[in-house]
Design a protein around this ligand. Structure first.
Ligand SMILES: [Zn+2]
Length: 490
């Protein structure tokens, strides 16, 4: 061996020894009052899966994330072994109603947390009622989901959710004139709502008052496309998020102009009818015809407008398939009913008994297929989707039903990671909260889920919840079962 090679060899050995010495003596780190999770696989909606990660949670936030091999933890830390587990951001349900069944609201925080929902968007209810739940959540951030509210649905006349019966609780305000709309909107803004929700009986002039105010005051407008308008005008006018793909089919039809003219006539003829009745009769008269006259080219033009305007879509597929696939027959769903107040589970069970063996109308199947195909197209067109359920409408248990929605989004063509994004990062983006929640990054709130199985392999694994972390507070499985046990005992 020549001399030069020998000295190179010596250098390598010396370097290696120095490296070993450094490794053995590298100081291990102690994080006071922190929770350390080691060796876990993280699933971030942006970067996807990363294995062997260490996460330090302190003061409710993610203080540090590093590769487990890069961060040597002192034995003095509170360390949890994450081997074989998957950590993802806490889920959002972007379409819920605390006020649909007011007697259920006191159980909803616990149900959401127990099923891994750490943020919710309430899309309409009496202002004092939803504000009460928002304020309570703000005062108890580790025991409640983050709550974003719209206040009441802003409706025209006749008002749909006027409180006239159990199916139409008082979720909306009926506003006769543009002046009333203007007054209501500025009152809601001063009351501190997070966004506005426009509804189906508004006139185009009333709708324009809402979007103008929202634009000037940096508020988002979510809603149903008013029956008096077409989808393109609503999106161009400033509707930022469209719920349930509502009334989209009407604008996608070859004869959309005729359908709109007919609708204006129906609205005028029915102006003395109760709002709920008038709205359903219009849907009944037009929806099937619209779907049968579906025009692919028109649909593409509309989707281009949505993409350009960034009109978010909340398809609420669960709501439309619940009477077809009847998920409430499954054991897990049935069990979830035992967590509801008795007065509610009795009514739900009795109603389900009635629909259990009933024939599903052919058009319901056709409509839900159309919805699912449309969601696939919307996703391929790059339009933002948010996962939402409309719980507790349709016997959808708060929390559990969001997991059903994720499965339906995947069966409509989203990848499991894209579905996760619709329930984590997307709603955060909608509210400009993407630096606070919705992904796994240092300095963000520790609103997280730990799963026993990989949701990227099967989205149904989001239901295999090992632990929920809300703003740093850890609810392990035993604690989550305690929360549910308390609800079951009542
Ligand atoms: Zn709703």
């Amino acid at each position: 061996m020549n001399k030069r090679l020998q000295s190179v060899n010596k250098f390598i050995v010396a370097f290696f020894l120095a490296f070993l010495f450094f490794e053995c003596t590298a100081p291990s780190v102690f994080f006071e009052d922190a929770l350390c999770i080691e060796n876990i696989s993280t699933i971030d909606p942006v970067v996807g899966l990363k294995e062997h990660q260490t996460l330090i949670i302190k003061d409710g936030k993610i203080l540090r994330i590093a590769s487990t091999s890069d961060l040597k933890l002192s034995k003095k830390n509170t360390i949890q072994d994450g081997a074989g587990k998957y950590l993802m951001p806490g889920l959002w349900d972007a379409h819920i109603h605390f006020g649909y069944i007011e007697a259920l609201a006191p159980s909803m925080f616990d149900l959401f947390i127990a099923y891994g929902i750490t943020s919710v968007r309430d899309t309409g209810g009496r202002l004092e009622f939803v504000k009460y739940w928002k304020d309570l959540a703000l005062a108890n951030p580790t025991d409640a989901p983050r709550v974003m509210i719209a206040g009441p649905l802003l409706d025209g006349m006749p008002n749909v959710y006027d409180g006239s019966d159990a199916e139409h609780p008082p979720l909306s305000v009926g506003l006769p004139t543009v002046y009333d709309v203007s007054k209501q909107v500025s009152m809601l803004d001063s009351a501190g709502v997070d966004f506005l929700k426009a509804y189906e009986m508004l006139t185009p002039e009333q709708f324009a008052v809402i979007t103008k105010y929202a634009n000037e005051n940096k508020l988002k407008v979510s809603g149903h496309v008013p029956l008096s308008m077409d989808v393109i005008s609503a999106s161009n006018g400033g509707l930022n998020s469209m719920e349930h793909l509502r009334n989209l089919e009407l604008s996608c039809a070859t004869n959309s102009k005729e359908l709109l003219a007919q609708r204006l006539q129906l609205l005028n003829d029915g102006r003395k009818d109760p709002g709920g009745k008038l709205r359903s009769s219009i849907h009944q008269a037009q929806r099937q015809t619209a779907i049968e006259n579906y025009d692919e080219q028109k649909a593409n033009e509309i989707l281009n407008v949505f993409a350009k305007n960034q009109t978010w879509q909340i398809p609420t597929l669960t709501l439309y398939t619940v009477f077809i696939t009847k998920p409430f027959m499954q054991d897990q769903w049935q069990k979830s009913f035992t967590y509801l107040p008795d007065s509610i589970s009795q009514v739900w069970n009795a109603s389900i008994e009635k629909v259990m063996n009933s024939e599903v109308p052919t058009f319901s199947r056709q409509y839900s297929k159309w919805m699912s195909a449309m969601v696939g197209k919307i996703n391929r067109a790059g339009i933002g989707i948010m996962a939402g359920t409309d719980t507790p409408i349709g016997y959808l248990t708060p929390g559990l039903s969001l997991h059903e929605e994720l499965e339906l989004l995947v069966s409509s063509g989203l990848t499991p990671l894209e579905a996760i994004e619709t329930a984590t990062l997307n709603p955060a983006r909608y509210f400009n909260l993407e630096n606070e929640v919705g992904s796994i990054k240092e300095t963000m709130w520790a609103d997280l889920l730990i799963l026993d199985a990989n949701p990227l392999e099967s989205i149904g694994n989001t239901k295999r919840i090992n632990a929920v972390i809300k703003q740093g507070k850890m609810y392990d499985r035993a604690k989550l079962d305690q929360v549910l046990g308390r609800l079951a005992q009542k």
